[in-house]
Write a protein that binds this ligand. Structure first.
Ligand code: PLP
Length: 405
């Protein structure tokens, strides 16, 4: 193919593996919760890069951290450690249940590490047969073969040959179903405290506490995948903090770097102690650039101003959504926590989430879906009231466009 100096949306179809169906415009710059495309058209961003850009686009604290570190040290590998990684790990430990941190680059890798750790812990401390992983229907844990097999949608794991074995799926928020399958051969129960890709469904408090008790009875680990729900998204630093449970392993990614790729697996000293030099690893994990940005993000997010602000913005956004729901009879349920909000389309509109996203984009609003029936809102945690109001007005216009068509 000839070299192209000018690229646009049509280039995507020629050069990128066809695993995505991106919107028809190409974002070029972003500032706060606003984005501009190649034609200079302005958008309000309610998508937040799928719950990643938690401080909006080009937040000055993150830009500054990246620039400063960019002129200092980019990469050393894990043959050497580095100051940003050590500082970030210390801050994550101080802010959570954890005593040990493993850094990686994506949510899938953090989960892969978590599942390997849970298996290795059970095999080392208990028995070679303690390998069963209990996970939930509709769960999403990433796209490596192990994580996609633990995920609860077979359509993502079918077609790639033999899957990792001894993984069982049960309905989410169904404690009896967990009780029916958990046993002394179970090494871990894995859950998203708020199922994200599966449609924005939060764990019920009794369910979360019940699963914790069952794990304790059977010496199984409770792994919470907070890749989407963590880093302030729920209104607390991690959403497990709403439930009064202490997990054994937590994974975080998405918003951890505010848009710079980084993930982390958090665990206790006791569980982490089964790992030895060489048991697991990654080249980029703990990269100084990524850790410097994530440290800046954590410093900003883990403050009462930002976390309480999430709760206020939740009220504002959900209030506006409920009004639209009344006016247009479009939604059967509005749910979620903090700034991870799902609006389920009523049955007349099932399967049409993508149409709403396209109509919103035409009006200058970036939105997400969570499956074919749920519109997902995951804006910046510091989005202004004005941007929320303006974005909801654009959403209403998009709804009218769609209904009048
Ligand atoms: C996005 C997501 C993942 C996967 O993260 P990647 O960075 O895409 O690998 C895993 N778990 C949950 C809950 C997610 O939302």
């Amino acid at each position: 193919m000839s070299e192209q100096s000018v690229v646009d949306r049509s280039t995507f179809d020629q050069v990128i593996l066809p695993v995505y169906a991106p919107a028809q415009f190409v974002p070029v710059t972003g500032q706060g919760s606003r984005v501009w495309d190649q034609q200079g058209k302005e958008y309000i961003d309610f998508s937040g890069g799928i719950a990643v850009t938690a401080l909006g686009h080009c937040h000055p604290a993150l830009v500054n951290a990246l620039k400063q570190q960019a002129e200092k040290l980019w990469h050393t590998s894990n043959v050497f450690t580095n100051e940003p990684a050590l500082r970030l790990a210390t801050k994550l430990i101080n802010a959570t249940f954890a005593d040990r941190v493993f850094f990686a680059n994506s949510g899938a890798e953090a989960n892969e590490a978590a599942f390997k750790l849970a298996r290795h812990y059970a095999i080392t401390r208990h028995s070679p047969y303690k390998t069963k992983i209990i996970a939930f229907n509709n769960a999403f844990h990433g796209r490596t073969l192990f994580t996609v097999s633990v995920g609860g949608q077979a359509k993502y794991s079918d077609g790639f040959g033999p899957k990792p074995a001894d993984i069982i799926h049960v309905p989410f928020n169904d404690l009896a179903a967990v009780r029916a399958v958990i046993d002394d051969h179970t090494c871990a129960v894995v859950m998203e405290p708020i199922q994200g890709e599966g449609g924005i469904t939060a764990a019920q408090p009794d369910f979360m506490r019940g699963v914790r008790e069952l794990c304790d009875q059977h010496q199984a680990l409770l792994i919470l995948d907070e890749v989407q729900s963590g880093m302030g998204r729920s209104g607390k630093l991690f959403s497990y903090m709403h439930y009064g449970v202490t997990p054994d392993i937590v994974t975080t990614a998405k918003a951890l770097g505010g848009g710079f790729p980084i993930s982390a697996m958090l665990t206790t000293e006791e569980i982490g102690s089964v790992m030895r030099v060489g048991t697991h690893g990654t080249t980029y994990g703990g990269n100084p650039l990524a850790c410097a940005v994530a440290e800046a993000a954590l410093d900003v997010i883990n403050t009462p101003a930002v976390l309480d602000g999430v709760t206020q913005r939740h009220t504002l956004l959900v209030g506006a959504l409920r009004q639209l729901a009344q006016e247009y009879a479009l939604f059967s349920e509005i749910r979620g926590m903090g700034l991870l909000i799902g609006a389920e389309l009523s049955s007349d509109y099932h399967g049409r989430a993508a149409d709403f996203l396209a109509a919103a984009a035409a009006r200058g609003l970036m939105l997400l879906s969570a499956g074919p029936n749920v519109i997902r809102f995951a804006p910046s945690l510091v989005i202004t009231q004005q941007d929320i109001e303006q974005g909801m007005a654009l959403f209403e216009q998009a709804i009218q466009d769609l209904l009048n068509r």
